[in-house]
Design a protein. Structure first.
Length: 170
């Protein structure tokens, strides 16, 4: 997975033609940690400090009523440079239905008008419900409907790994 993160980091810089206007925005929770890893890899390779922020899409979900009356809202934070006229890369762990990415786009657009937005995901498991496709992918995995993919990050889980789990039948 570290090789995938390194490859994604190089692809971001290549696609944007450098790092001048780059901002990384990680989706809470694991997308934030992946954005930090990508920023570190870009920083090491390009000798720059990459601005980054966080997106908590809880209030932008289209199933907020199903979450319950008191959803847990995390922190969304813009980098000091903001997002206006910048090349923003939204980073998430797993892309599945596209609904999280849609919510992240909505939140980001409430904060400003980026010059360009790219979607970067560690794992694309397919089976989209919305017409959203990632620009940069660490790994594509074919997964059955009853299976789940979890990404583990060292800060939260003690390891960097992709785990395939079976869901219980309902």
């Amino acid at each position: 997975m570290r090789r995938a993160v390194d490859r994604m980091s190089r692809e971001i810089v290549e696609r944007l033609g450098g790092t001048d206007q780059l901002v990384l925005m990680g989706i809470q929770r694991r997308g934030v940690h992946l954005a930090e890893m990508i920023a570190a890899a870009i920083g090491e390779a390009e000798d720059v400090s990459v601005p980054r922020g966080t997106l908590d899409i809880t209030l932008y979900r289209d199933d907020l009523m199903a979450v319950g009356p008191k959803p847990v809202v995390g922190e969304s934070k813009l980098p000091p440079e903001g997002v206006d006229e910048r090349a923003v890369v939204i980073v998430d762990d797993v892309l599945y239905t596209g609904r999280t990415a849609r919510a992240a786009l909505n939140e980001l657009m409430d904060w400003g008008r980026p010059a360009r937005i790219l979607l970067c995901v560690l794992v694309d498991r397919g089976s989209r419900e919305l017409p959203i496709q990632p620009d940069i992918v660490g790994r594509e995995l074919s997964v059955l409907g009853h299976q789940r993919i979890d990404v583990h990050v060292p800060e939260l889980d003690g390891e960097l790994a992709v785990v395939l789990e079976e869901r219980e039948a309902t």
